[in-house]
Design a protein around this ligand. Structure first.
Ligand code: GLU
Length: 498
């Protein structure tokens, strides 16, 4: 048997460091066993999936050197590797489950589902909805069918009892069927849910080992049951510990930048980031901190993964990156890295249209453009004094602008401008006054290129990181209560967070 592993990201939003972390371990596991690592795009959520996001996943994983043998962009014998192109396969498999009586059509309306859940609660019954709850009399089913009412296909799930799944790192894990709902397999728009598509694809793509984030462990009973219903062998499961913020909470963009593109933009070396991700819950036999991807692949042993939540600590990553910079790059190589990273003609040509009018001598360029090549700027609460805005308003402007920019799917000057203009209007603040604090957060000063040009040039990751940095400088770490208040005020303006 050839070992085959996969990374199966959903292309929504920015490429996440957690995706790179899971990809790295899947790659290492496959290589260790002389097997193959493949990439599949799970884009069944058509409203949130984008091609830009998919491309960013390819680019950032490649930047890190985590290459795949099969995938949507490279092809392979088990394609298509994009779930949105596999609709017929899921429909056919769903029909198989219906024919064998393992699944049923469910015509319940959202209101009825709420009622059913409430009624269980009122009776003090703590369990998920099952077939016995959802079942309708045959004539009612016929009536709804005749009226072409929307339906979903759900799987049969035991009402109670225990289910045991085996995890490569944890051994047997005991879970309760009562908490597992009669999972939807096919949505009313005919699209499969993650569970159906994931199981069917892992089988058809001959995946032997599923290494994925710990957050999926509760899905394992449904998957086990689906494998049984189809009569297929289940791949070995291995749930990796989740990356955590230094305060042990799940890694989130509120506390740490999570986009791989941010780390690229910030000037981390890909080999250092991979090295750091490899240290998340895993260690080399000799415990050394600095090693290459190749060295990891040679020494990889999944049993050395420890389950305690690994902390993603930016300071530690910077330190490691510094080691790589100093110990592994000649001056010649460092010069090449700087050139490729930002100091190249293409980049200059993007900046110069904004700088030329403001320059008298060439040396004017450095102070004008320094903010574009910097990481976080040396600003603090006092930097915003000239904005004439009280602290509460200032926090709102920074936070709301950040939320608005996080929700943008593409990064185009006009779109950014319209989004911020609408927001300032909704907040009842003059555009000029509204943009002033953003200007300082983004450029560190108000005497630079226009803030819109700066945001456009900096790109989404660095712009958002700078806004967050400014917010932290002004507001300190925002507590839960304050966050709730801000969220409420934002929602009142019709804002939706990404
Ligand atoms: N599409 C899922 C994700 O985005 C894949 C989970 C899995 O690996 O099964 O993480």
């Amino acid at each position: 048997m050839t070992v085959r592993t996969r990374i199966a990201p959903s292309p929504t939003g920015d490429p996440h460091v957690g995706t790179a972390y899971v990809a790295l371990f899947n790659l290492a596991f496959a290589k260790k066993h002389g097997g193959e690592f493949i990439l599949r795009i799970e884009d069944t959520d058509q409203t949130r999936s984008t091609r830009e996001s998919e491309q960013a996943i390819f680019d950032s994983l490649r930047w890190l050197g985590l290459d795949w043998a099969e995938g949507p962009d490279v092809g392979g014998p088990h394609g298509p590797y994009r779930q949105s192109e596999r609709g017929d396969i899921y429909a056919e498999h769903c029909q198989m489950l219906l024919d064998r009586g393992h699944a049923f059509k469910c015509y319940r309306t959202p209101e009825e589902l709420d009622e059913l859940r409430n009624s269980l609660k009122e009776q003090g019954i703590n369990r998920a909805l099952k077939h016995c709850d959802l079942e309708l009399p045959a004539d009612e089913v016929a009536r709804r069918e005749a009226a072409s009412m929307p339906y979903v296909v759900r799987m049969h799930v035991p009402v109670d009892g225990r289910v045991e799944i085996t995890d490569l790192l944890r051994g047997p894990v005991d879970l309760d069927w009562a908490l597992v709902d009669a999972q939807i397999l096919l949505k009313s728009d005919g699209m499969p849910t993650y569970h159906l598509a994931n199981v069917v694809d892992d089988h058809l793509m001959q995946i032997t080992h599923v290494l994925r984030g710990e957050e999926w462990i509760n899905s394992a009973p449904k998957h086990k049951l689906l494998y049984q219903y189809f009569g297929w062998e289940m791949p070995v499961l291995c749930h990796l510990p989740l990356l955590r913020n230094p305060d042990k909470s799940k890694l989130s963009k509120r506390k740490n930048p999570t986009s791989i593109l941010y780390y690229q933009r910030m000037g981390f070396l890909p080999e250092a980031l991979v090295n750091y991700l490899a240290r998340m819950g895993w260690s080399m036999p000799d415990e050394r901190e600095k090693f290459t991807l190749q060295e990891m692949l040679e020494h990889f042993d999944i049993s050395r993964v420890s389950l305690g939540g690994p902390i993603f600590d930016m300071e530690k990553l910077r330190w490691l990156n510094g080691l790589w910079m100093r110990e592994d790059l000649s001056l010649e190589q460092l010069a090449t890295r700087l050139h490729d990273w930002a100091l190249n003609k293409d980049n200059l040509l993007r900046v110069l249209p904004h700088a030329q009018q403001r320059m008298e001598v060439l040396s004017d360029f450095a102070p004008l453009a320094a903010f574009l090549a910097s990481g976080m700027l040396p600003i603090n609460a006092a930097s915003f004094a000239q904005c004439n805005m009280d602290e509460d308003k200032l926090k709102q402007v920074l936070q709301f602008a950040l939320w608005r920019l996080e929700a943008l799917r593409t990064w185009q000057r006009d779109e950014i401008f319209n989004a911020l203009k609408t927001l300032s209007g909704d907040m009842g603040i003059k555009l000029r006054d509204f943009l002033a604090p953003l200007f300082i957060a983004i450029s560190g000063t108000t005497s630079s290129f226009s803030v819109m040009d700066a945001i456009d040039l900096l790109g989404p990751d660095m712009s958002r990181a700078r806004l967050r940095h400014a917010l932290n400088e002004v507001a300190g770490e925002i507590g839960k209560k304050q966050l709730k208040k801000l969220e409420k005020a934002y929602a009142a303006l019709g804002g939706e967070q990404a």
